[in-house]
Write a protein that binds this ligand. Structure first.
Ligand SMILES: Nc1ncnc2c1ncn2[C@@H]1O[C@H](COP(=O)(O)OP(=O)(O)OP(=O)(O)O)[C@@H](O)[C@H]1O
Ligand SMILES: [Mg+2]
Length: 259
């Protein structure tokens, strides 16, 4: 089966300031439809920067990036993105419903800009909230939710447009273990039944290893660990590597970096 990658990076470099040392260097990879990729690495390693490049929020200094064959950012609702953190001003008490509906902004006709959503949109909103078990909170102000509840609502916002690629930046950093389990089942279902490609940043390889097909270790450069033949040894290797990187800021060992 000859599959076209949905995301291509060719020798990409990125730095936040001109002439400063790159935050990401020589990044080269392909992601194929239906893959589940987990990005691991130490704080400041460049994980969020990498997914912002995929989402088209940042532009590379060097190299080429393609998402569905075009420049990132030109793919509209094929891509659902959940950022690592979102701040809404408490003096502007936006409801959970409106946070989720924002996932449809810019998609279509004039109504959406002013918050005029169709019945179908509202149904999509309810469905997305049900998926993350937050339907009961639809009318609540977003600021009044706990950290984990906010994360679930932000996942719903990424899901509402039914994107082909779902990008999640630390979706479970604040959630409890039951929510984490539900979340794993949700990702599995979205991947297997709805053919979604999923890219997620997580410090917790242990919990995602059962569904992940590829692990990206990002620490300025990228090392890819295919996990299609998941043996206990490989999981251990990746786990140790990422945990060392996370806890002690070590680079992956030479062994851990072998592809
Ligand atoms: N907006 C910005 N302006 C300047 N430098 C930035 C900016 N965002 C991130 N950086 C720098 O780029 C590097 C990579 O940051 P990034 O947020 O991609 O790391 P990360 O791997 O997502 O870390 P974490 O695990 O803490 O979320 C860090 O050195 C960081 O200080
Ligand atoms: Mg980050």
């Amino acid at each position: 089966m000859n599959k076209e990658p949905v995301i291509k990076f060719e020798d990409v470099n990125f730095s936040y300031f001109p002439n400063s040392s790159p935050v990401l260097k020589n990044i080269d990879f392909h992601i194929f439809k239906n893959e589940i990729v987990c990005i691991v690495g130490p704080n400041g390693g460049g994980k969020t920067t990498l997914i912002k490049l995929i989402a088209g929020i940042l532009k590379p200094d060097r190299g080429k990036i393609e998402v569905f064959g075009s420049s990132p950012g030109e793919n509209g609702y094929k891509l659902g993105y959940m950022p690592q953190s979102v701040h809404y001003d408490n003096s502007f008490p936006i409801s959970v419903k409106n946070v989720v509906l924002m996932g449809l902004l810019g998609r279509k006709g004039p109504g959406s800009i002013f918050g005029w959503y169709s019945r179908e949109d509202r149904q999509k909103c309810e469905k997305a909230l049900e998926m993350v078990k937050m339907a009961n909170f639809i009318k609540q102000p977003f600021y009044a939710l706990s950290g984990g509840q906010k994360q679930r609502v932000l996942i719903a916002r990424a899901l509402i447009s039914d994107p082909e690629i779902l990008i999640l930046d630390e979706p479970t950093s604040n959630v409890d273990s039951e929510t984490e389990d539900n979340f794993i089942s949700l990702l599995k279902e979205l991947n297997e039944k709805n053919n979604k490609t999923i890219i997620m940043v997580s410090h917790d390889m242990g919990f995602v290893s059962e569904i992940v097909s590829t692990v990206f270790c990002v620490n300025k450069t990228l090392v890819i660990h295919p996990t299609n033949i998941l043996s206990g040894e490989i999981i251990q290797q990746i786990y140790n590597c990422s945990m060392q990187m996370v806890r002690h800021d070590h680079r992956c060992s030479g062994k851990g970096h072998e592809q």
